[in-house]
Design a protein. Structure first.
Length: 247
């Protein structure tokens, strides 16, 4: 008969939990390291991972995106242009703006002086030349009547401008004020190409069931101990019966 086996000692739950925690931590770190895959898309844009350390000693990963030199140049140009345009928009919006009758009429007179007045001046000069060629001198009755007709015509032209040109004046004022806004909106949808990274398969590392292994080992040792005890006491009981039979 072999030496008597001692009863197995029950596992320490604190040590078992600590071992399981450490195993889970190692598994999580391994998964993070395997899944931190650097990438470069078709335009040369990069996605890279760097590793530092957390205060508790575990790894800390940082994902950094960087554009290719060509895409970065486009982004810099776009941002500079947008900032310039934004300043123009701010300047435009800071200027007083009104579509009241007085403001519209002032705008019409401004347009009239730039576009209508040169044509009227040309017509007046031609009329005066014609009067002189016909022998109608300044100071004469006919000369005065001709000038009255010219003045009336010019007045009618400005009145017609005021009556028919309001819509055009309003549209031009709005266009002039809104143009920087249109340009800013157009720039918002143009520029660099968004990085197109591949969807990286996520590696799944199975964790180790430390607690299960420890408990299984304890149960196996306990079963072996119980069997030994059963065999021992069963043998002694058999010897006792045999001895009784001899007497």
């Amino acid at each position: 008969m072999g030496p008597k086996q001692k009863a197995p000692q029950a596992p320490d739950p604190v040590k078992t939990a600590a071992a399981q925690t450490q195993s889970n931590r190692d598994t999580a770190i391994t998964q993070a390291q395997l899944n931190a895959v650097d990438q470069v898309d078709a335009y040369g844009n990069k996605l890279t991972y760097s590793q530092t350390t957390n205060p508790d000693g575990t790894p800390k990963f940082t994902a950094t995106q960087s554009l290719s030199p060509a895409q970065q140049a486009l982004l810099n140009t776009r941002q500079t242009t947008q900032q310039t345009n934004a300043n123009q928009v701010q300047d435009t919006l800071s200027q007083p703006f009104s579509l009241s009758n007085d403001a519209t009429e002032a705008r019409l007179m401004e347009l009239g002086m730039k576009r209508l007045q040169p044509a009227l001046d040309q017509r007046r000069a031609a009329a005066e030349t014609d009067l002189i060629n016909r022998g109608i001198r300044p100071g004469s009755t006919n000369y005065g009547q001709a000038h009255d007709t010219l003045n009336q015509g010019e007045n009618d032209a400005f009145n017609q401008l005021a009556l028919s040109g309001r819509s055009q004046a309003v549209n031009e004022a709005l266009m002039e004020r809104n143009q920087p806004l249109y340009e800013q909106a157009a720039l918002s949808g143009s520029g660099t190409v968004a990085p197109q990274y591949t969807s990286t398969p996520q590696t799944a590392v199975a964790g180790t069931d430390i607690a299960g292994l420890v408990n299984n080992k304890y149960n196996a040792d306990l079963n072996a101990y119980n069997k030994q005890q059963s065999d021992l006491y069963g043998g002694l009981f058999g010897l006792g019966k045999a001895a009784i039979g001899l007497f």
